[in-house]
Design a protein around this ligand. Structure first.
Ligand SMILES: Nc1ncnc2c1ncn2[C@@H]1O[C@H](COP(=O)(O)OP(=O)(O)OP(=O)(O)O)[C@@H](O)[C@H]1O
Length: 248
């Protein structure tokens, strides 16, 4: 279980996270939505320890995520970065097995390769891609490789940062379905950031909407469709007019 309490983060005078409170139950898939610049990535980076919060608490399974706990936590999470973020100079299997080749999750090389091939198979890629370089793959295949890398260590917690950005609608659907089935089958706790409402419906058990530095709304997908909250309504229907003002 992930608990975020009173999380605060500003950059200079700009307050991004004012007071974020959120709980994600074990095995739950939470999708965070919100307009551009509302702090979704900053929130994720705070949880990952890439950005230091100004205040508040983040606990994983009841333990604060800092100092000595961080290394143990990092070994337990997987991350699918926006755009795949594969290493160009490494082959596909070396990318997938990145964390199996170093650190506390290190395995012998042939074992790491076998696990990488198994994870590639799970995301629909055969052994023939294992020794290719990322540049030789299509965008959709790169995303699959990123997904295989995210699940390589069988993490308890997985983060997905805009997993369908840059994909055509069919490939986006395939990636959404893969994410949903993998998260369910692994029993992992998942936090996804997305603008894509199709992704939200495909991936989410629960949805949290960030607005003005707070979790403005939190509920199930079914509740999202029936809520009379004008902010959620505007966002999920993509209306230009409503309480959320966008820069034009
Ligand atoms: N390292 C940083 N230094 C200064 N400002 C930052 C930094 N990181 C983020 N910000 C600011 O924090 C705000 C929130 O950014 P964030 O990337 O979290 O938004 P987002 O909700 O993920 O947006 P998008 O959906 O467009 O990706 C933005 O105004 C951004 O400029």
């Amino acid at each position: 279980m992930i608990e975020i309490e009173g999380l605060k983060k500003s950059f200079g005078k700009k307050v991004v996270l004012r007071d974020v409170n959120l709980k994600v139950a074990k095995g739950e898939s939470l999708v965070v939505i919100g307009g551009s610049g509302t702090g979704k990535s900053v929130l994720l980076k705070c949880v990952l320890g890439l950005v230091r919060p100004d205040g508040g608490k983040i606990r994983i399974d009841g333990k604060p995520v800092d100092g000595a706990e961080r290394e143990a936590f990092l070994a337990r999470f997987g991350m699918l970065f926006q755009g795949g973020a594969l290493f160009d100079s490494m082959t596909v299997w070396q990318n997938v097995g990145f964390r199996l080749l170093r650190g506390s999750t290190r395995r012998p090389k042939d074992e790491a390769r076998a696990i990488a091939l198994d994870k590639l198979r799970r995301v629909g890629l055969g052994p023939e891609v294992a020794d290719l370089y990322p540049a030789e793959l299509s965008g959709g295949m790169q995303k699959r490789v990123g997904l295989a890398r995210a699940i390589a260590t069988d993490p308890a917690v997985i983060f997905f940062d805009e997993p369908t950005t840059g994909l055509d609608p069919i490939m986006a659907g395939v990636i959404n379905d893969l994410i949903r089935s993998i998260v369910t089958e692994m029993g992992a706790t998942a936090i996804t950031i997305t603008h894509d409402m199709i992704s939200v419906r495909a991936i989410a058990d629960k949805v949290a909407m960030l607005h003005e530095g707070r979790v403005h709304w939190h509920g199930t997908v079914a509740e999202m469709d029936t809520t009379d909250d004008p902010y959620v309504d505007q966002f999920i229907h993509g209306r230009a007019k409503g309480p959320i003002t966008a820069l034009r």
